[in-house]
Structure formats: C-alpha cells, structure tokens
Ligand binder design. Structure first.
Ligand SMILES: Cc1cc2nc3c(=O)[nH]c(=O)nc-3n(C[C@H](O)[C@H](O)[C@H](O)COP(=O)(O)OP(=O)(O)OC[C@H]3O[C@@H](n4cnc5c(N)ncnc54)[C@H](O)[C@@H]3O)c2cc1C
Length: 424
C-alpha cells in the first residue's frame, strides 16, 4: 500500500496553499477533476475570459498578497475602484442599499429613514439572519432589499440562517455613517478596491502551483471512503495510508466518506447556476457588478468582466441562486436570462456570440447554530485522528480565497512547529 505523510484532498486554493506552506515534500494531492483550481478556475473562450463566477480579490493581509504577487507577472493585474449598483424599481442606486436610501423616491426614502431611526434596538441579540437584518436596518430597508436579495441568493428561509451567517461580508449599519453618506458619499466596504488578474482567477492558482511538482497531484481520482482508525483513504484505483489527512472537500461529503451519519442531514446549502455570456459589442454601463433584489429578474447578480479588464465587447457573468434539489433546463434558463437582461436594458440588440455555464454546488452554505456545533464537535474528533477539514466547504462557512490561504498557512505552520518540537 502507498504511504504518505500528508494526504491532501482537493487542489483548490486551500489544498494548494497547504502544500505550499507545509515543510515536507512527503505529500500527495488527490483531485477528482482533471485540472487544479476548484472554484477558482477560468475559461478562455472565443476571446472572452470568464471565471466560474465573478472572482475578485480584496486582500487584507499584505503578506498573503505579496506571496501570490511575487509568483506572478507584475503587469498581470488590474486594480479597480469598485462601481456597484442595485437595480431597484427601474432605477439604479448605489450599493450598499442601506447607505444610499436618499437615492430612492421621496416616500420610500422617508419610510426607510423612519423605520431605520425607530427600529427595535432592545439589547437582545438577534436569533437568526432575518431578525438581524430587521434589527440592524428596520422594516423598509429589510423588505425592499436585504431580505428579497438574500432570499434569491441563499434560496432558503433566512430565519434558518445564523445572525452572523455572512460575518464581515455583511455591511454593518451605523446611522451616523448613513446620514453622512447622504451629503458626502463615501464607500467603506470590505472590497472598495479590488484586484483581478487579466488572465482570470486561475492566475492565482498558477501562482500557488509555482513550487508544486504536478506529479504530486493525482487528477481524475476521487476519494470515496476513509478509515480514520487505520488511516487509509480509498479511491477507485488504490488505497493510501496517510499520517495526516487535510481535506478541502465539502464537509458533508467528508462525513459520508467517514460513514458519519449523526447530524449529517442538518447540513444544507444553495447551488448557483452561473452563465458566462459574451456579446458582439459593449453596453452603456460602466458598472462592475449589479444586484437585482426583485423576483421578476431570475438572477440575483450580474457582473461585467469587460468593464473590469477593459474589453471592447460585453462579457457578463450572471448568477442564479437555487435550492440544491431544484431541477432546471439549462437552455430554458438561458432564454429567461436573456429576456430578463433585455427587460433590465442591460442588453438591447446585442448578439450573444459565446457562452458557458457552470453549476456551483455547494455555493453558499446555510450557516446556523446546528451546523456550527456539528462542525466543532466533529473537528475535535477529527483533530485527534490527524484529520483537518479546511477551506470554504471543508469548514462549511462563508469566506474568501484570502481566508482560505490564511487558514491553510496557520494549519501548516502549527503542524511544522509540532514536528520541530518532536524532533528536538
Ligand atoms: C458564487 C461565488 C462567488 C465567489 N466570489 C469570490 C470572490 O470574488 N473572491 C473571493 O476571494 N472568493 C470568492 N468566492 C469563494 C471562493 O470560490 C472560495 O473561497 C474558494 O474557491 C474555495 O477554495 P477551496 O480550495 O477551499 O475549495 P474548492 O475550490 O471547492 O476546492 C475543493 C477541491 O476538492 C476537490 N474534491 C471534491 N471532492 C473530492 C474528492 N472526494 N476527492 C478528491 N478531490 C475532491 C474539488 O474538485 C475541488 O477541486 C466565491 C464563491 C462563490 C460560490
């Protein structure tokens, strides 16, 4: 039987980052797809550059950014000051909605401001995401944007999500900031300025692959069962004995491979159908991405690659949130998307000349108290068996690729230090 010190499941950002930071060459990466990158992949087709879905980068840790950038061509990026809008009742207003209610018509502005000021501010913490939204922003803002938008995205009842399900990605409300913004608009969100590699998000994966021997990645191979006592992973082709297992596969799948059924059925997520669309000419908009809270539009968000990497033909990604069990007809969805883009005046007489679609499943996981408790409980058991479930889906959470790299680095550093101590 093959033996390896570190068996890494998945060659997405998390798996590759771990391989970069672990002080050992004795590792093997098993990847079920035929290429690396996980959700951070790029499609180049008919002159268009598309990711699985809009993947833009806003680094908070300069060391992580430096680590990636030092492995890339210095001219490979665009640095962009974000232009994002919400299409609301046929008008564009700036994102985030709660800071730009003065751009609504007068009656709606008054309702939003009144409800915001007189919102229930008792000191009890909100018990779920929906309650948190009402408590933070009041009824009118919640019902005009935050609830319908997030219901379209998560494809679930928002009372089933934890109050902190979106963590730092949820723009926090401060009345002083909102009122200041009426007079002196300023944007202060987590991704005001973002970077994007001109060759697409896969460039970051290429940077992570720079010091990795491709022979250490087994593509088209899927782990299907794990024996945590004997420390053996089973694929269709072989059995691999490991000392440490680093898994970035979705947490529910890891439970299946370990034959753990208790609590498994409380884990849920949405899936996102992404259409990447290439048209024959540009549109009028200079926006980078646009949010669509209204149900009459099938998608919850679209983004313009052509406005980000300065191309002369409109190149869009369009995201549709669905329940994982939803069945759909792709061609029919495409027809609906094109007709809704027309209704929203994003396209007029544009001709679609190239397209690609992908399903991201899971995409946004449904984070609640039960899912967090299950993950914590299992992690204690896993760690005692040298199993580490990391990444956005391994950790069953909401995070960015930078967070994935930091998490993998912290874990690798901890293991490196433990090994050093043992060697002393
Ligand atoms: C719609 C959407 C938009 C996003 N936009 C951004 C953004 O703008 N900026 C940003 O920073 N982040 C963004 N993200 C988040 C980002 O995609 C993730 O944080 C990141 O790609 C997760 O990397 P990962 O390696 O943890 O997981 P993954 O990318 O899911 O990698 C896991 C890998 O494991 C492999 N695998 C699965 N099962 C098995 C098995 N049994 N055996 C072997 N291999 C297996 C998979 O094929 C995959 O390659 C977005 C996510 C979504 C859903």
């Amino acid at each position: 039987m093959e033996k390896v010190k570190f068996l890494i499941l998945g060659s997405g950002v998390s798996g590759l980052a771990f391989a970069n930071f672990i002080d050992s060459d004795n590792y093997l990466i098993i990847e079920k797809e035929d290429s690396p990158g996980g959700y951070c992949k790029t499609i180049i087709q008919d002159g268009f550059t598309w990711d699985y879905s809009g993947h833009f980068f806003h680094f908070r840790d300069s060391k992580i950014e430096e680590f990636l950038v030092s492995r890339m061509d210095q001219n490979a990026f665009v640095k962009v000051v974000k232009k994002t809008k919400i299409l609301y009742k046929e008008n564009y207003i700036d994102f985030p909605f709660q800071k730009n209610i003065h751009q609504l018509d007068k009656q709606e502005f008054l309702d939003c401001l009144y409800d915001l000021h007189f919102r229930e501010t008792q000191n009890t913490s909100p018990s779920n995401f929906k309650e948190m939204v009402y408590k933070n922003c009041g009824k009118s803002i919640s019902e005009a944007f935050l609830i319908p938008y997030n219901e379209k995205l998560y494809a679930c009842d928002l009372s089933n999500l934890d109050a902190d399900a979106m963590g730092r990605f949820f723009p926090k409300t401060n009345i002083d900031d909102i009122i200041k913004n009426f007079k002196y608009p300023e944007s202060k969100s987590y991704n005001d300025v973002f970077t994007y590699p001109k060759g697409g998000a896969i460039e970051y994966i290429s940077a992570l692959l720079k010091d990795i021997d491709l022979k250490k990645i087994a593509f088209n191979e899927c782990v299907e069962k794990i024996d945590p006592i004997k420390k053996i992973a089973f694929t269709k082709h072989r059995q691999i004995q490991y000392e440490n297992l680093i898994s970035s596969v979705p947490f529910p799948k890891l439970l299946d491979y370990l034959s753990i059924t208790e609590g498994r059925n409380i884990l849920s997520s949405n899936k996102v159908l992404v259409f990447n669309l290439g048209f024959d000419k540009k549109g009028d908009s200079e926006n980078h991405w646009v949010y669509f809270p209204e149900k009459k539009y099938r998608f919850y968000r679209i983004g313009y690659y052509d406005n980000i990497i300065q191309q002369n033909r409109m190149s869009l990604y369009v995201e549709i949130g669905m329940k994982t069990e939803d069945i759909f007809d792709k061609e029919n969805e495409l027809k609906i998307v094109l007709s809704h883009l027309k209704e929203a005046k994003i396209i007029t007489d544009h001709k679609l000349i190239s397209y690609h679609s992908v399903i991201m499943n899971p995409a946004y996981v449904h984070i609640n108290k039960e899912s967090q408790q299950l993950f914590e409980k299992c992690s204690i058991q896993f760690n005692s068996q040298n199993i580490h479930s990391i990444g956005r889906y391994g950790g069953w959470k909401y995070c960015s690729i930078e967070d994935n790299i930091i998490e993998a680095k912290v874990l690798a550093t901890k293991i490196n230090n433990n090994h050093k101590k043992c060697a002393e």
